[in-house]
Design a protein around this ligand. Structure first.
Ligand code: OOG
Ligand code: NI
Length: 407
């Protein structure tokens, strides 16, 4: 039996390589890392942040793929790194023509070793209204290869053999990175780009380029309000409001903010006309405790009222101390250390994601669509079911109880 590199180590190496690449491509990302590191160092350790050890390496990124085949190919890459598809997100509720999942490690141990996630969206071609444009987008995507032959071969080898040797893993990291790299040479003419862009800016972003360039890479902060203030002080073009719940004593779920996409030079196919495209942006996040289905229902009700009542008033009904969250069954806790410790929310929020998409498409307006979740169609494109996040948190809580009972 050859010794295989652990998927956690491959993921950690990949996450680092991605961070280095993104830093070189988007210099503002380096500023963001500095701000977050400063803020995190200033937040006093009070035992309430069990994740402090992993914070420095914690990142999430996002990509948008065009076809089912592309989705399966990136899933094969993520599998080598021990990342599984968790959750289904329907962005059509916000008029955005994609649906999504998050590839991430699923055990507490793996999350502790390398907390790296990629929010992955797939284009919903059927949401392009113009039949000619829909057919054209489909034809353009059909000739595209977003994963290198060598990366695909290594992913297949890992699946067949049960892993990659250290040497293969190194080659895999370098090859897999190619899928996420920004390339300024569009595969379409300026004229086609303009028509795709007219249909939806996201469609142009997904269809026009050689691959699903990583569009942001987000570090995690312990105090997003302080980080937001510092971003504003430094003159970063940050969006006005923080997505998610208001500031609380016991943070819940996820709060996020971002700064606007950058205009980047592109070269169009055919006559090599120059143009610009807004592909990449900056984002930071603060994570809190994972909510149970009951807690999530209450959260959604508060969020719905926040628009009319204001967030502070709407969330006054949501208990803000750990004992109440636990005794009322609103949040998940781990009992591994003999005392209840909040289980961190490892996923995303569709409403926040829609807000992030929108602000970076240059559209702060609250556009809404019909909302048409098609999880079965997404899963058939992916070739497997996505995992249910609630099940994962509940299992983690149960496991910690059993471990505690045994000692
Ligand atoms: C993904 C936006 C969603 C988040 O943190 O909610 C996301 C995208 O713009 O492709 O990353
Ligand atoms: Ni994000």
């Amino acid at each position: 039996m050859p010794a295989f590199a652990s998927p956690c180590d491959i993921r950690a190496a990949f996450s680092q390589a991605m961070s280095a690449m993104y830093r070189a491509e988007v210099p503002l990302y380096g500023d963001l890392l500095d701000i977050v590191a400063d803020v995190n160092a200033r937040v006093p350790a009070d035992g309430d942040d069990p994740d402090r050890d992993r914070l420095g390496m914690e990142r999430h990124g996002a990509i948008r793929v065009g076809t089912a085949e592309e989705l399966r190919q990136v899933a094969a890459l993520f599998r080598v790194m021990g990342m599984e598809p968790v959750g289904y997100y329907d962005l059509s509720v916000a008029g955005i023509p994609v649906h999504s999942t998050a590839f991430r490690p699923v055990t507490a141990e793996a999350l502790g070793r390398s907390p790296f996630r990629v929010f992955t969206s797939m284009l919903r071609l059927e949401m392009i209204e113009d039949a000619d444009l829909r057919a054209e987008a489909k034809a353009i995507l059909s000739g595209r290869r977003i994963v290198t032959d060598r990366a695909m071969a290594l992913a297949e080898r890992a699946a067949a053999n049960g892993g990659l040797t250290a040497e293969e893993a190194k080659a895999f990291v370098a090859e897999a990175l190619e899928t996420f790299r920004w390339r300024r040479e569009a595969r379409v003419s300026a004229e086609t780009y303009a028509r795709l862009n007219q249909a939806h800016r996201l469609i142009a972003d997904i269809v026009s380029f050689p691959g699903p360039h990583i569009n942001h890479l987000t570090p995690r902060t312990l105090d997003i309000d302080a980080a937001q203030t510092e971003m504003l002080r430094r003159g970063l073009p940050v969006k006005e409001s923080i997505e998610g719940p208001p500031r609380r004593k016991v943070p819940i779920l996820l709060r996020q903010t971002s700064f606007k996409a950058l205009d980047e030079a592109v070269v169009f196919a055919g006559n090599a006309a120059q143009g610009t495209h807004t592909a990449r942006f900056g984002e930071i996040e603060q994570r809190g405790v994972a909510l149970t289905p009951k807690g999530r229902t209450l959260y959604d009700a508060c969020l719905a009222r926040a628009a009319s009542e204001g967030a502070e008033a709407a969330f006054a009904d949501f208990p803000d101390d750990a004992d109440a969250l636990r005794s009322e069954g609103l949040a998940y806790f781990s009992y591994a250390s003999g005392q209840p410790v909040p289980i961190t929310y490892e996923d995303f929020l569709p409403v926040s994601a829609a807000g992030i998409f929108r602000s970076n498409l240059g559209d702060e307006a609250n556009s809404t669509g019909h909302g048409n979740p098609q999880q079965a169609a997404f899963e058939s494109a992916l070739g497997r079911a996505v995992l249910d996040p609630f099940t994962l948190y509940a299992e983690e809580e149960r496991r910690s109880r059993t471990a505690t009972a045994a000692t």
